[in-house]
Design a protein around this ligand. Sequence first.
Ligand SMILES: Cc1ncc(COP(=O)(O)O)c(C=O)c1O
Length: 342
Amino acid sequence: MSTLAKLHTIPRTPLAHTPTPIEPLPNLGKYLGSGVLYVKRDDCTGLALGGNKARQLEYYFGDALEQGADTILITGAVQSNFVRMAAAGAAKLGLTCHIQLEERVADAGAEYRESGNVLLDRILGAVMHTYPKGEDEAGADANLQAIAAELRGSGKKPYIIPLAPGHPPLGALGYVCAAAEILDQLADAHYQIDEIVVASGSGNTHAGLLFGLRALDSDITVTGACVRRDREAQLARITTRCQEIAALLETESPVQRQDIQLTDDTFAPGYGHLNDATHEAIDLSARLEGLLLDPVYTGKSMAACIQRARESDPSKSILFIHTGGTPGVFAYGRQLLSLQKQ
Ligand SMILES: Cc1ncc(COP(=O)(O)O)c(C=O)c1O
């Protein structure tokens, strides 16, 4: 039986517009004097402005509907793209969505708290909750459990999309599928790719993609750009995620320890805080390619991609996964403008 045989038996609700395009980034490649750069436009998945979470949510909503849920609960940072897209998916499927926003970014101003994703959460009709800590995934999940218990008491059928590891990483399956999509597109377009660079946060995108590629016998290097925690902590997380995906698919993991590549060179000073490399990446992508990146995820992962392109032999080609996050631009508007060169 193939490694991915079980994948197609797991409930999935279509939400994402796929396949998303793969486009060359010729001006950026020329500016950097690097090999050929490409971008996979997962910011174009649809679902209230798009992003990687659309593919992940297809599996969570598939499971929720299978269980007869009428209410979705999800937790994330104040500017979480995941919760925004969960609110959109719930609205589309006629479910109620409860969102819990965690305090992960210290000293955030009014724009961060009111614009960008938060504004969209409200427009999408989500029921809002707050959680005072930002670095307590198990606590945030436990608080969702408490809200779910209350909802159950009033006759609702809640479904929790969990944050902390230790739950089947259903969302990662969206990126196991994306691996097949990418390999098909590369073959059709005759693009040769040596390395993929992708943001690595909860790890579902990174682990799913890596698992899918190796299961499909591709040896393309996958470099995860740390956006949430340092390299060492993320390494442990991706290792666990790959084992959890294997358990979910009732198979052996095709991912070896040396397959898990990570960089945290563009992560400091921490989650949700800009740095010079990220600002340069946002600037270059916008001005040379008309490509919008956000400060929290895609700006940092593109900064890592630029670093890899600068360090690598010019014969190497790199595919950057644009994971969305565009509403974050508005939450950081003042900061971005204050850094802007004329
Ligand atoms: C825009 C964007 N890119 C990347 C990520 C990281 O993806 P993952 O959590 O699957 O590692 C997130 C996570 O919230 C995100 O919102």
